[in-house]
Ligand binder design. Structure first.
Ligand SMILES: Nc1nc2c(ncn2[C@@H]2O[C@H](COP(=O)(O)OP(=O)(O)OP(=O)(O)O)[C@@H](O)[C@H]2O)c(=O)[nH]1
Ligand SMILES: [Mg+2]
Length: 333
């Protein structure tokens, strides 16, 4: 990852030089628009704090903690970040709040990247039928995200099948059907109340007969009973895996950013019962709690693959930590 970082500290003014390609800059602008609330409601306080402070004392670090917690970075993660900052300030003999800005950004990058290459690409290959399963609690944006992903892959020339695996209510089936028509994707459904696993089984037969490249499976988000949820998801996984080797190739957990830490604890239940390969964080545009990205990464260790930045089909972005940080801090630092 190229961040212009040397000796652990990012170069002063790195925002200006962050994006050299035009395409990348354009993508970053979408984050900037989508994260306007986080930037203006919370992180602008950070600028005020650092611009008005004249030394790095305990009060300043306490206030930093408060601001990060307001941005929903999560208490454990915030404590980690601020402890690192205190240590580094001491070790590097940093004395001015201005220098601390670069360190804050650097710590956030490091927290996300850790020691590995974090890719937001999906495991999708050209020579097979690919299956992606979407899970998550009610109302987080599963169905809308499926439509957005379908739109993305249709635009890339793939044949996409949207599968109505949320058989719990008729409305869910219809909603997905309407999206499929709008996107121009194939659509597979059975009647309300059908066993979701049997829907998946039949949908895979359809996919094999119709040269489908990518199957996107909707699921119901009921969480009332962990045991049932586990059983249902296990069964779905088993059926899909039996019909297509190595499938589902991705199981994406959808989390609503506006529900903050609460959403995060719900999400952990899914992580307990099924093998999650990536996170989709929706409604980042509707919240001042954009810091939740860092809490999810730190507490769940699962990469964020997509972020939802609005309700339109094109309001879905592959997650990129540089663009995200840019969206949070641009104009503040
Ligand atoms: N602002 C904003 N709204 C979103 C985003 N993603 C989804 N929504 C909205 O969130 C609401 C719920 O979305 P759905 O896709 O129906 O959620 P779901 O998880 O399928 O819900 P259930 O099927 O009831 O479990 C809808 O009004 C969407 O338009 C996003 O990224 N930003
Ligand atoms: Mg739905």
């Amino acid at each position: 990852m190229c961040l212009g970082s040397e000796n652990g500290v990012i170069h002063v003014g790195f925002f200006k030089n962050l994006f050299t390609s035009k395409a990348k800059k354009l993508e970053a602008e979408k984050y900037k628009i989508g994260m306007a609330k986080t930037r203006s409601n919370v992180l602008s306080h950070l600028k005020e704090l650092l611009d008005s402070a004249d030394r790095l004392d305990d009060d300043l670090f306490d206030e930093l903690e408060e601001i990060f917690i307001m941005a929903d970075i999560g208490v454990n993660t915030v404590v980690k970040i601020v402890d690192h900052l205190r240590d580094r300030v001491g070790l590097n003999d940093v004395t001015t709040p201005e220098d601390l800005k670069e360190m804050i950004i650097d710590e956030m990058f490091k927290l996300y990247v850790k020691d590995e290459i974090v890719s937001s690409n999906l495991d999708i290959a050209d020579d097979r039928v690919n299956v992606i399963l979407f899970v998550g609690v009610n109302g987080v944006g599963k169905t809308t995200t499926i439509a957005k992903v379908a739109h993305e892959y249709k635009s890339k020339g793939k044949r996409v099948l949207m599968v109505a695996g949320d058989t719990f209510r008729a409305g869910a089936i219809n909603q997905l059907g309407i999206w499929a028509e709008r996107v121009g994707a194939d659509f597979f459904k059975k009647e309300e109340g059908s066993d979701p696993s049997s829907v998946m089984y039949d949908a895979i037969s359809y996919a094999k007969e119709h040269d489908i490249d990518l199957i996107l499976c909707d699921t119901a988000g009921r969480l009332q009973n962990k045991k049932n949820l586990m059983k249902e998801l296990e069964k779905i996984h088993k059926v899909i895996g039996r019909e297509i080797d190595g499938a589902p190739h991705e199981t994406l957990l959808v989390i609503d950013a506006t529900t903050g830490q609460n959403g995060l604890s719900q999400a952990k239940i899914f992580d307990d019962v099924t093998n999650i390969s990536g996170i989709v964080l929706t409604k980042l545009d509707g919240t001042a709690k954009g810091g939740i990205v860092l809490a999810i990464r730190d507490e769940m260790g699962i990469p964020i693959k997509y972020v939802g930045l609005g309700e339109k089909l094109t309001d879905l972005e592959h997650f990129d930590i540089e663009e995200y940080i840019y969206g949070m801090f641009e104009g503040i630092f």
